[in-house]
Design a protein around this ligand. Structure first.
Ligand code: NDP
Ligand code: A1CAB
Length: 265
């Protein structure tokens, strides 16, 4: 059983993961510990979620069954060097860093460890996360199932081959930022015509949420769902024509390409 869950680095992604874990009710906050050099984020998660906190990464490394390394990719080498002798042989190490591969982590540890590459996104904080998982060759099927069950208890998950992890990262990990820009733009355009701003955010966000649910639950192709909204000679098709004229789809394709190019650089 994966009883004790540790986070090294308590930034935006750790705060979202802890929020999702605790609010799902599937993980007892007493079994979560996070470390960070500075205190403000630690105090925030301690006050909000009642988890354990420390400024010492080794306390997390030594006392956790599953250790998330949630620092920026450029800090990986230093932190792995710091903790490598302190992780237990049977611990599971989870890397969530964009663009860092399992084999890079294996090389930094320079010993056999159970390593999961996980790519979460911030909506995990509200129970609507998407997490992709890849495992190295050190897991039994039962251990993989246990890890998957843990992630499934607070998020949607998908197990993928690591060769497509950067693609998943570009749309699943980064995607929420694209969607927030879309929501903000939609709301701004309503504000421009006089709608109160908070009302505009509510209408725009609920519209995105409902549309996403239609894709997930109807099983219909997104193009069919779009066609259902576009009345012949109506208003929506005027907007769609303008979006196409301005290269909306191409712009998204280019945004994802830039993301993947950066991950591969
Ligand atoms: N944000 C996101 O949506 C996603 C992020 N990720 C990945 O998650 C990781 C973290 O990203 P994110 O949370 O956004 O970044 P943040 O900058 O918000 O958080 C990083 C945290 O690491 C802490 N830190 C710095 N040095 C150390 C150290 N030596 N030991 C322990 N903690 C340290 C920082 O503390 P301090 O501020 O005190 O320096 C900070 O709180 C990245 O690798 C990123 O690729 C993956 C998917 C999505
Ligand atoms: O921007 C980043 O580098 C991270 C990875 C995925 C989301 N945020």
């Amino acid at each position: 059983m994966l009883q004790k869950i540790g986070f090294i680095g308590c930034g935006n992604m750790t705060k979202a993961l802890i929020s999702g874990m605790v609010q799902s009710g599937s993980i007892n906050p007493e079994n979560i510990i996070a470390s960070n050099p500075s205190m403000p984020n630690l105090n925030e998660v301690s006050e909000k979620f009642n988890i354990n906190i420390t400024q010492n990464n080794l306390t997390v490394a030594e006392n956790s069954d599953i250790v998330f390394l949630a620092v920026k990719p450029n800090k990986y080498e230093t932190v792995i060097e710091e903790i490598r002798e302190f992780l237990r042989e049977d611990s599971i190490f989870v890397t969530i860093a964009a663009g860092i591969s399992i084999s890079e982590c294996e090389n930094l540890f320079n010993k056999k460890l159970k390593i999961v590459k996980a790519m979460p996104n911030t909506p995990v904080a509200v129970g609507e996360g998407m997490i992709a998982l890849s495992f190295n060759d050190q897991f039994t099927n039962e251990e993989k199932n246990n890890v998957e069950s843990l992630f499934n208890s607070f998020s949607k998950t998908v197990v993928i081959d690591e060769s497509i992890m950067n693609i998943e990262s570009a749309i699943g990990g980064s995607g929420p930022a694209f969607v927030y820009v879309f929501i903000e733009a939609l709301a701004d355009s309503a504000v421009m015509y006089g709608m109160p701003r908070q009302m505009a955010y509510k209408v725009a966000a609920q519209t995105v949420l409902g549309s996403a649910k239609m894709v997930l639950e109807s099983g219909d192709h997104p193009a069919k769902l779009k066609d259902d909204v576009c009345s012949p000679g109506g208003t929506t098709i005027q907007s769609i024509a303008r979006l196409e004229e301005n290269g909306f789809r191409h712009s998204i394709l280019q945004a994802v390409k830039a993301n993947i190019d950066k991950l591969n650089s």
